[in-house]
Ligand binder design. Structure first.
Ligand code: NAP
Length: 517
């Protein structure tokens, strides 16, 4: 560790996905220019860089899956493929002038707050140390792949691939392929694999609620319409409300349990009717019907997922996997199946110790953030900041995300971070720390709201949802509307933070930085 007390940067942003890019733009808007964005990958785009499995596509309409400050009208489809979303991330970096702020191929290994100098020291994968006054962790919540905990997996001698680490050099045409998992990712990859594989076996532990996908190519006419700012704004507003409602209505309505139950019940009837139109075989339909309430875990959309199971070379196996062998897997009914390729579509470690964020963070008194959360439960004011970890902000923190498109979350928490950093620089402060009282008030309120939702009250216990973490809490979401998330991150009193300095602060002194509030 170096002994420098002058940081190289005002702000270091970890992650060059949509979160890091949105943060860079928010910092610029606040008049902050001395910042660096690092990322372990060699391209920007975060999750859209990591997830390149066949069939990857956004499952939020693309006309709303873009930043409010750089809307894109020229999408190829209503639900664009993943590589197009990654290209959009590159376009934003270029248009917003962030290219020079990037250091790619440089991941964070450890972050440590230097209490004597009020700065963060971040060790990186290239062996360097970067110092910054403020640290923004823009590492996505769906970042660390979660391998299935199945005995013997290390013995398997065929090809094993997690969907978030797809090996494009492997040719799965004509092969015997297995997929473990039936979440939103599996639902996209399964039809693609079925189209090329000789034999496809899907191991389902928990069925997924699926709605039809209103997908279609966007041609010249729609591009022209979407070029018009009023049309863009209208689509953005309607689209965000619809996605927020689809993914989070039950959570936001936690104060009205009867209404929640009625809304979810109506949704379940509609989705069962959709399944009925896709699969005529009653046994197969029953196997594909979730036994938990709609909304307990993330539903998704597809027009070909259910139909894939009606193809003769595709099998759905609902008997649990007992173990891997060298050549395949054995299920609990002692059936041994052999495969050339096993795809683990088993998701990510969400709000798990050591995964959120995926590097150790030492705050005041050498307290490690993961340990702090493990002992005291996951918590962060507005999902952004934690007492005892000054000058640090999270874009995807606990109790931050009101289910819906992730873009409004990023814009809200990035605006929050930039407001506080801007205020600290304006005051000439070297430390900004969330005060204990507003933090505790937020945490207590959100914790109680989340625990009051149907997630914890009715029908979700068996669903194995990642909305509930290993502690039995629901820090992956906040039970409010996205409007509430938008508003409170932009309007919380700035004095909810304590601003101090290693030097005495002269409140009347001219600002050191000309920054916007
Ligand atoms: P996921 O929702 O966590 O699903 C993982 C699947 O793997 C589940 O079906 C799970 O079964 C299964 N599984 C895990 N361990 C298993 C085991 N040992 N044996 C059998 N099955 C096992 O992960 P995901 O599908 O990757 O989706 C994660 C998130 O990514 C989504 O919720 C969504 O937010 C995001 N996503 C977004 C898009 C987009 O276009 N925007 C697309 C795909 C994904 P259980 O349910 O029984 O645990």
């Amino acid at each position: 560790m170096s002994s420098t007390s002058i940081p190289e940067h005002d702000v270091l942003v970890i992650g060059a996905g949509f979160g890091g890019i949105g943060t860079g733009v928010a910092l610029r808007r606040a008049g902050i220019e001395n910042f660096l964005i690092i990322d372990k990958w060699h391209r920007v785009g975060g999750t859209w860089n990591a997830n390149t499995y066949p069939g990857v596509a956004v499952d939020v309409p693309s006309p709303i899956y873009n930043f409010s400050f750089q809307q894109r009208s020229r999408w190829s489809r209503f639900f664009a493929p993943g590589n197009e979303i990654q290209r959009y991330a590159e376009e934003v970096v270029d248009r917003q002038g962030l290219r020079g702020k990037l250091r790619l191929g440089c991941g964070a290994v450890e972050a440590r707050f230097d209490e004597t100098a009020d700065l963060w020291r971040v060790r990186t994968t290239d062996g360097a140390e970067i110092t910054a006054r403020f640290l923004v962790s823009a590492v996505g919540a769906l970042e660390q792949p979660k391998p299935p905990a199945i005995p013997g997996i290390a013995d398997y001698a065929g090809t094993l691939m997690h969907t978030a680490r797809w090996d494009h050099s492997y040719d799965y045409r004509g092969k015997r392929v297995a997929v473990i998992g039936t979440g939103a990712t599996a639902l996209q990859v399964i039809p693609q694999l079925a189209a090329q594989a000789e034999q496809l076996t899907v191991f389902q532990r928990t069925a997924i609620w699926v709605a039809p996908k209103p997908d279609f190519p966007l041609g010249r006419l729609s591009h022209r319409v979407l070029d018009l700012p009023p049309a863009q704004q209208a689509v953005r507003l309607i689209g965000n409300v619809a996605v927020n409602a689809f993914l989070g209505v039950g959570l936001a309505l936690s104060d009205y349990p009867r209404l929640t139950s009625a809304v979810l019940g109506a949704g379940e009837v509609a989705l069962k009717a959709y399944l009925f139109t896709q699969v005529r075989d009653r046994t197969l339909r029953r196997a594909l019907t979730p036994t938990y309430r709609l909304g307990c875990k993330r539903p998704s959309i597809s027009n070909n997922y259910f139909k894939t199971y009606t193809e003769p070379h595709v099998d759905l196996v609902t008997t649990a996997i007992e173990r891997f062998t060298e050549r395949g897997v054995v299920t609990e009914d002692a059936v041994h199946r052999e495969f050339d390729l096993v795809v683990t579509a088993t998701g990510f470690q969400v709000m798990d110790r050591g995964a959120t964020p995926p590097y150790p963070v030492y705050g005041c008194g050498e307290t490690e953030l993961g340990e702090f959360w493990d002992t005291n439960r996951y918590q962060a004011y507005e999902g952004v900041s934690v007492p005892g970890f000054p000058n640090m902000f999270h874009i995807f923190g606990p109790y931050g995300y009101a289910p819906g498109s992730v873009i409004p979350l990023i814009e809200a928490t990035a605006a929050h971070s930039a407001r506080v950093i801007g205020e600290a620089l304006r005051r000439g402060a070297t430390r900004a720390e969330i005060r204990r009282e507003p933090h505790d008030e937020y945490f207590t309120r959100m914790y109680a709201r989340n625990k009051n939702t149907y997630l914890f009250k009715q029908g979700c216990a068996e669903s194995r949802t990642y909305y509930i973490n290993y502690q039995g809490d629901g820090p992956a979401f906040r039970a409010t509307t996205q409007l509430g998330m938008y508003w409170s991150n932009r309007h919380f009193p700035l004095d909810h933070y304590r601003y101090t300095t290693t030097r005495p602060v002269d409140a009347d002194a001219a600002p050191r930085h000309a920054v916007a509030r």
